[in-house]
Design a protein around this ligand. Structure first.
Ligand code: NPG
Length: 388
């Protein structure tokens, strides 16, 4: 196996197993700086579930973030449901293991169907804990060589083209290297044409439909081909791999999957079907960072370009994403924007900033953040403790 072929997720196979002692489930409420509208709803605040895990003799701790939204509108998961399944179904299984590593979490929880975002949050807390205990950064552990990654920004649906253009210009001024526009029927060709004119031919541009179209919309979406987009993201419903393959044959702009890619197995099928010309990899959606790395490796082996998606994470999830996105298969800019794109204040000590269009790959021990406890406490709405 050459250096290029190694499996980046194998790195965690030899961690020290530790007993899981105690877990805090904390909910925080963070207002967005501006409402974020997609084809499935308008987000104005973020109700985030955080996990703090204590392992060993209580001397090892790690943090995870659950990316589930308030409503089951992006996918079937939602934050109240994630909280319940973690407390009543997932944690009891982990406590029962005696001792475990992050790499074992997926297998231990495999008897529970679905709930990837809930599972991912737990695996994430254990990964962070293990990395902190071994004084290693996530990026170093997975073999990331780059020191920074190009930063893209996601731009919501606006009330008018003028308002959209003003927002896009602001992000261009901030230095973002790629623009992603949310689209839906009635807000697609015209805004894309206007933004392409504004930003010129050289700035990478892509669109995200969040499942808003139907199989019969191929001819309509082919009108986007003239605007030289990087990709059209998830035009059809989550389950519809065949429809995406048909659409990929009708439009020349590459079809990228997000919601549909729930595991490495589904991703392999989607690639085989011709449904996935580009992959958006979101650790929460696929059950954790380790499965995300397996999908990265699969896509890289198949020559499928990938990029790291975003779920309006706090500085916890964003730091981990910035580490992940340093892997070599992430050949397109991800949705890893500055913390200030969405939040006035973050809950980590060094919120992500953008410099020269890039975000630094974090290299501190763990997933790459330190909690700002005062900031965290000021946005905390509830705290529950679960022990074995
Ligand atoms: O930078 O985190 C971000 C936002 C990126 O557009 C983004 N996320 O479907 O990919 C998506 C979308 C999203 C928006 C997901 C709102 C969930 C809620």
């Amino acid at each position: 196996m050459s250096d290029h072929d190694h499996t980046h997720s194998d790195m965690f196979g030899h961690s020290t197993p530790r007993p899981l002692r105690r877990v805090e489930l904390r909910r925080v409420d963070m207002p967005l700086v501006t409402p974020f509208r997609t084809s499935f709803g308008i987000e104005t605040r973020r109700d985030v579930l955080l996990v703090r895990a204590e392992l060993g003799d209580g001397d090892v701790e790690g943090w995870g973030e659950c990316v589930a939204l308030s409503e089951p509108a992006y996918s079937a998961e939602y934050v109240e449901g994630a909280h319940a399944v973690i407390e009543h179904h997932l944690l009891p299984r982990l406590f029962a293991t005696g001792e475990l590593t992050a790499a074992q979490v997926g297998a231990e929880l495999a008897s529970i169907h679905g709930h990837h975002m809930a599972k991912a949050a737990l695996e994430m807390a254990l990964l962070d804990a293990e990395l902190r205990a071994s004084d290693q950064s996530f990026a170093d552990a997975i073999g990331v060589e780059v020191t920074s990654i190009p930063s893209g920004v996601s731009v919501g649906i606006h009330d008018s083209i003028d308002a959209l253009l003003a927002a896009v210009q602001g992000y261009i001024d901030d230095g973002y290297m790629r623009i992603k526009l949310k689209i839906q029927p009635g807000w697609d060709i015209e805004p894309v044409a206007a933004v392409r004119t504004l930003i010129g031919p050289d700035t990478p541009l892509q669109v995200d439909a969040n499942t808003a179209y139907q199989r019969t919309d191929g001819a309509h979406l082919a009108q986007l081909d003239q605007y030289d987009l990087l990709l059209i993201e998830q035009p059809l419903p989550e389950h519809d791999l065949l429809g995406h393959a048909q659409l990929a044959a009708e439009v020349t702009t590459p079809i990228c999957l997000d919601e549909s890619l729930t595991s490495v197995a589904v991703t392999a099928d989607a690639i085989a079907l011709g449904a996935c010309e580009i992959a958006n990899i979101k650790p929460g959606r696929v059950g954790g960072y380790l499965e995300a790395i397996r999908i990265h490796d699969l896509c890289r082996a198949h020559g499928i370009p990938t990029w790291c998606g975003g779920m309006l994470e706090t500085g916890i999830g964003r730091a981990a994403n910035a580490g992940l996105a340093g892997l070599p298969g992430f050949t397109l800019p991800g949705d890893i924007s500055a913390a200030s794109r969405f939040y006035e204040t973050d809950i980590v000590a060094s919120p992500i900033t953008i410099s020269d269009g890039h975000v630094a790959v974090p290299r501190s021990p763990g997933l790459g953040f330190e909690i700002d406890h005062a900031a965290l406490d000021s946005v905390t709405t509830s705290l529950a403790v679960v022990s074995g």
